[in-house]
Design a protein around this ligand. Structure first.
Ligand SMILES: [Zn+2]
Length: 271
């Protein structure tokens, strides 16, 4: 499932292939991914437009042009791929943006849970993503303190609530909480100042490493590298990991490293 690092990767694809080029054609193979717009309206708005520097907020990709902005959300299975005109259409290539150098940017999505929106201006952008919290990559420790204050929900649910912090999904939240030594089911408002600091530090280091790779890496030293093993073992404590449902999502965590709700300092695995 695409999270902040994946969408950041798609932003780089769009920037490298698209920026400065004109859109000469838009092929819509499946209008099921067009949200609140139609293929003719998408073409009228964007064909002939020059692609600007793309932006990302949380899991949203803002495809800027010298006219309207297309907003892409990748849901569970979406991707943005750059292709040559000779590359055959993949079964789940739903919309293809053809550029003036004949290269193509394809919105590829099997499950079509989200898709492509169109915003005529900044009010339109704000209407679509104005409810999002600050982007997780830019959240400071002080900001995180304010965001968590008074939140009664479980910390895992609060972290993956896009209106609190934008960009974190299931993998990132579990990795960050494991690294910070915080049990995913703890009430967010119960975290001690030292735990919130560790959480902010873990968020920053996990996000930076993941953005470099364009996804949450399944490294041997990371929880993500073991969470899908048949009998997962924590790479830090070597104890058995647990997989529970927290707010409807499979949550991997380690009772040894994250079991004790008492605040301690300097806890948590090394990077
Ligand atoms: Zn452990």
């Amino acid at each position: 499932m695409p999270e902040l690092p994946d969408v950041e990767g798609y932003r780089r694809v769009l920037d490298l292939c698209g920026s400065g080029h004109r859109i000469t054609r838009i092929d819509v193979a499946d209008a099921g991914v067009l949200r609140e717009t139609t293929a003719p309206r998408l073409r009228k708005a964007l064909v002939g437009r020059r692609v600007g520097a793309p932006e990302r907020h949380g899991k949203w990709l803002l495809a800027r042009t010298d006219g309207p902005t297309a907003l892409l959300h990748f849901g569970m299975t979406g991707r943005l791929v750059a292709q040559a005109p000779t590359d055959p259409l993949a079964p789940h290539d739903r919309v293809t943006f053809v550029l003036d150098d004949d290269r193509q940017l394809r919105f590829r999505d099997q499950r079509k849970l989200k898709g492509i929106w169109l915003a005529e201006d900044e009010d339109g952008v704000d209407r679509l993503i104005g409810d999002q919290g600050p982007d997780a990559l830019s959240v400071t420790p002080a900001q995180l303190d304010r965001l968590l204050a008074g939140r009664r929900g479980r910390i895992k649910s609060v972290l993956t609530d896009q209106s609190v912090v934008a960009g974190l999904g299931n993998l990132l939240a579990d990795e960050i909480l494991w690294r910070a030594g915080i049990r995913p089911s703890r009430p967010a408002s119960d975290l001690a100042p030292g735990e919130r600091r560790r959480l902010a530090g873990a968020m920053r280091s996990v996000l930076r490493a993941s953005v470099k790779e364009g996804h949450v890496p399944a490294r041997p030293s990371w929880l993500t590298g073991h969470r899908d093993d048949p009998d997962p073992v924590c790479p830090r404590s070597c104890g058995p990991m647990r997989r529970d449902r927290v707010s409807g999502r499979t949550t991997a965590w380690c009772p040894d490293c994250q079991g004790d709700p008492a605040p301690t300092s300097g806890r948590g695995p090394a990077a």
